[in-house]
Design a protein around this ligand. Structure first.
Ligand code: IMP
Ligand code: MG
Length: 179
């Protein structure tokens, strides 16, 4: 039996919503007249993609990719594999990768390298959370919600062993075993 417990709210829903409004405004400004493709990285980004895409008043294609990097562990394996690829041809398109959180950076770095070979016209990252102190590769988040410390968090799409994704706020969690 796994043993974990929600600790406290780290970022409240209202704060997240306000920040998403700001991010959406700057994305709209930067992508005027673009053929925007927003790619949600499953599963964690499903809530951010839904919330930010509806705030961006531009025509946009929505697609998803699924990669495995963590399995059910809280520490990175460094191995990234594409489980579900895009349905969209991104050549010549302005692509925005939508991630829940950038931690070591290994997942997003792998995705950036892979997607660049498909010759999009531009490729940028939106992430709700960034853990800059946990970086193993140098990745810059173009549109970032919040910087947080290295501790594990759940909610707003982020899970521990598949649970807690639907919590509207971000919580810290006490973990006695791995997630
Ligand atoms: P990276 O490859 O180390 O940057 O890991 C990115 C992925 O790890 C994210 O998409 C999350 O699925 C997972 N992850 C990293 N930190 C957390 C966390 O604090 N809570 C939940 N998932 C996390
Ligand atoms: Mg995860």
């Amino acid at each position: 039996m796994r043993n974990f417990q929600l600790e406290s709210v780290v970022i409240e829903k209202e704060i997240i919503e306000k920040r998403l409004d700001e991010l959406a405004r700057s994305i709209e400004k930067d992508y005027e007249d673009s053929e925007l493709v927003m790619i949600g990285i499953l599963k964690g980004a499903f809530i951010l993609l839904a919330d930010i895409s509806r705030r961006i008043k531009l025509p946009a294609l929505i697609d998803f990719m699924s990669v495995s990097s963590y399995g059910d562990e809280t520490t990175t394996s460094g191995v990234v594999r594409i489980e579900k690829d895009l349905d969209t041809d991104i050549k010549g398109k302005d692509v925005l990768l939508v991630e829940d959180i950038v931690d070591s950076g290994l997942t997003i770095d792998y995705l950036l390298r892979t997607l660049r070979t498909r010759e999009p016209s531009s490729l940028r990252i939106v992430a709700l959370l960034d853990k800059p102190s946990s970086r193993k590769v140098d990745v810059k988040v173009d549109y970032k919600g919040f910087d947080i410390g290295p501790d594990f968090v759940v909610g707003y799409g982020l899970d521990c062993a598949g649970l807690y994704r639907t919590l509207p706020d971000i919580y810290s969690i006490r973990i006695e075993d791995d997630c």
